[in-house]
Ligand binder design. Structure first.
Ligand code: GLA
Length: 692
């Protein structure tokens, strides 16, 4: 370990361990402001009531072929009988191009693969907006990017309205009345209660593929009951925790079709195991009943999933046209990078340009007048961090080596050493040159509502000090192989780094980090896994470190708030409860939890701002995770589509697939293309091979 001997000088080595500790202030530095990069379009800010309302309209319409081929033939009830008593009505004033026309296809490309259709039972459909489109949730947050900041509250969705009791402990929600699943079965409180009782509350089920369908997400000891088929009542320990309205949106409260899921659940089916329940609806199972606007009707492995319009969809425009306007959706099963390439080239229609490595090429092509797609950059809401596993009491059942790494992860000097051994400027530039990436010290993102620069502690690159910190921890290279050894004559400090191979950015950053940590004398070993496998390992705690693109809680704060700290045994991405069900929180983590819980219980905005300053300070001072880089994403949409809202970010409260409200998107008649694979057909019976 020549390098750090030089850095410390002979005197340092003779002084002994305790004197090597470096005062914190010497490690901090001025955080450079992110390079100027203006988002390319701003939303037209509106109130929730400007976007939608629920009401009966004098008449309803549907595509002519639906009436002619299905209703007139007697195989489908008339549209007015398929719609709820008071459908959700999108207001024309908020539709950039107004009332649309029927037809055409939205062609998505995704990098993931479907595990099956039991979404609430934990199966992923491969992301990229496929599950967002299938699942409708009690509330909705994607479109909030265009809601005025002082009126911010989730949009009603399956819950059409709600009221709080006077003491603030009870929230009564009214479900949309008379809405139906895509197979015609009524949607009601039974679906909601099945999700809550037998998925969220049943610890044998990982409710929803991200694992966020946990009881704690809705508050400790929260209760939910059905008062009648269209009324549910929440009881909270807290007073008026409006925060949980966000948890009732995608992806943690989107009920599944209880009429076909219940018979597979072990509680109602003694022959089934939980594994069988989860896997009861494999990708080949077609016409899975959904509340979303399109239903899967065709699946070809590694090729495509095709969806057709849901004849029972419960949303309309102000002229009474049943939505969606688009007849078909495609999900090509390819790679995330291919999504960018194809959308820019015009062979696909939609992409979230989020892998910084493809920015320059995509920008060039999109700037040409003949470009088929529009590309628009938004704010810097994509951020990557190195996250360390904080559990020392058994989460993920580490072996002795793993346990030793957990102990290191819990040591502030160790985390600081790792943090200052990384040159974030270089990491960002290795992805893309130009004004895109910014140094990200961790915590809330610069440019978002609750970010406060003055509360952000930044430890700049300083490899010599990093080495000194590790020396101070007694991690020296006792066997002379260039790798530090664990204190007390232990083995080499070897750390595995979990990352997702579905994205070039994840593995590029991981490789950059591995290389930059070499001079620190620790060996970081890549554990590169495909998305689904990575998520399983991460959720079950089987990792030392991970590098990942962070969730919406770091952007919006009000979304996924309970995930900002280990507020419950199963809520937090890198610190869940150990084998005995308890959380071994460090003192500063307890302070983080307290700040987050206080944030949830107060609706006083000034207080919330202060609490998030506290959070940011605790987070960054203690290097709760090692921030790496932060950059903007661009939304790429084919130019033939109308009703794409101005300023729609690829990621804020939710992904762009929700933000743009696909059910209102349409293609003007003179621009319609001929991409439908199953023209003039509707989804068939559940399980059936395809559309009828
Ligand atoms: C993946 C993609 C994102 C977005 C989401 C939607 O994570 O990388 O761009 O499409 O899926 O869930």
């Amino acid at each position: 370990m020549k390098r750090h001997t030089i850095a410390l000088g002979g005197a340092g080595l003779m002084l002994g361990v305790s004197l090597l500790a470096i005062p914190a202030q010497e490690l901090t530095g001025e955080l450079p402001d992110p390079p100027a990069f203006a988002a390319q379009s701003e939303p037209n800010f509106v109130s929730v009531g400007d976007i939608l309302e629920y009401k009966a309209l004098p008449e309803y319409h549907e595509p002519d072929w639906v009436t002619q081929k299905y209703v007139d033939a007697g195989t489908l009830p008339p549209v007015k009988d398929r719609l709820p008593k008071e459908p959700l009505v999108f207001k024309t004033g908020d539709m950039p191009d107004g009332i649309g026309v029927y037809g055409d296809t939205l062609r998505h490309v995704i990098g993931g693969r479907p595990e099956g259709w039991n979404y609430i039972g934990g199966q992923s459909q491969g992301w990229g907006g496929i599950d967002i489109g299938l699942s409708e949730c009690l509330t909705r947050t994607g479109p909030l990017f265009e809601v005025k900041a002082d009126e911010l509250e989730p949009l009603p969705n399956l819950a059409k309205s709600w009221e709080w009791s006077e003491d603030g402990h009870e929230l009564t929600m009214h479900l949309i009345e008379g809405a139906k699943w895509s197979d015609g079965d009524p949607f009601d409180a039974e679906d909601v209660m099945f999700y809550w009782n037998d998925n969220v509350q049943d610890s044998n089920v990982t409710a929803v593929p991200s694992g966020t369908g946990t009881p704690e997400r809705f508050g400790v000891n929260t209760k939910l009951e059905a008062l009648d088929p269209y009324t549910i009542k929440w009881t909270f320990e807290e007073v008026r925790p409006t925060q949980y309205l966000y948890a009732m949106a995608y992806d943690s409260f989107c009920p599944g079709p209880s009429h076909i899921l219940k018979p597979e659940h072990p509680k109602y089916n003694a022959d089934n195991t939980y594994e069988q329940y989860k896997n009861a609806f494999p990708p080949e199972f077609m016409n899975m009943p959904v509340m979303g606007a399109w239903v899967p009707v065709e699946y070809r492995p590694d090729d495509i999933i095709v969806m057709r319009r849901n004849a029972y969809y419960w949303k309309v425009d102000e002229a009474g046209n049943q939505l969606p306007y688009l007849n078909e959706l495609h999900y090509r099963l390819s790679t995330w990078a291919d999504r960018d390439v194809q959308t820019v080239a015009g062979s696909a229609d939609f992409s979230n340009l989020e892998q910084a490595e493809s920015f320059v090429e995509s920008l060039k092509r999109s700037a040409e007048p003949t470009a088929p797609a529009r590309l628009q950059f938004g704010a810097r809401t994509i951020g990557y961090a190195l996250r360390m596993n904080f559990s020392a009491n058994g989460w993920g059942e580490p072996d002795a080596r793993g346990q030793a790494i957990r102990e290191l992860n819990r040591d502030l000097d160790f985390r600081k050493a790792v943090s200052i051994a990384l040159d974030r400027q270089r990491l960002g530039e290795s992805l893309v040159r130009g004004p895109f990436t910014a140094i990200y010290p961790g915590g809330l993102y610069a440019g978002t509502t609750y970010y406060d620069k003055a509360s952000t502690v930044y430890y700049p690159y300083n490899i010599d000090a990093a080495n000194a910190l590790l020396d101070g921890l007694g991690l020296t290279d006792t066997d002379g192989n260039g790798i530090r050894n664990l204190a007390g004559g232990g083995g080499d400090v070897e750390i595995t780094l979990l990352a997702n191979t579905d994205y070039g950015t994840d593995t590029n950053l991981a490789e950059g980090v591995i290389a930059q940590l070499e001079p620190l004398g620790i060996r970081v070993i890549a554990n590169f896994q495909t998305g689904t496998a990575r998520d399983d390992l991460a959720q079950s705690g089987q990792f030392d470190w991970t590098i990942e693109r962070q969730g919406s809680e770091m952007v919006s704060v009000v979304q996924g708030t309970t995930m900002l700290a280990p507020t419950g045994p199963r809520t937090h991405p890198f610190h869940k409860a150990g084998t005995d069900g308890t959380l071994d929180l460090l003192p500063f983590e307890q302070e983080l939890v307290d700040a987050v819980n206080a944030f949830i219980t107060t609706s006083d905005n000034a207080e919330r701002v202060e609490l998030m300053k506290t959070y940011q300070h605790l987070f960054t001072e203690n290097v709760y995770s090692v921030g790496l880089t932060q950059y903007p994403g661009a939304l790429i949409v084919n130019k033939r589509f109308a009703n794409i809202p101005a300023g729609a970010p690829i990621f804020m409260f939710n992904w762009a697939e929700d933000n743009i409200m696909r059910e209102r998107v349409f293609v003007p008649a003179d621009k319609q293309a001929d991409f439908e694979l199953h023209p003039e057909t509707l989804p068939g019976a559940p399980g059936g091979a395809g559309p009828v």
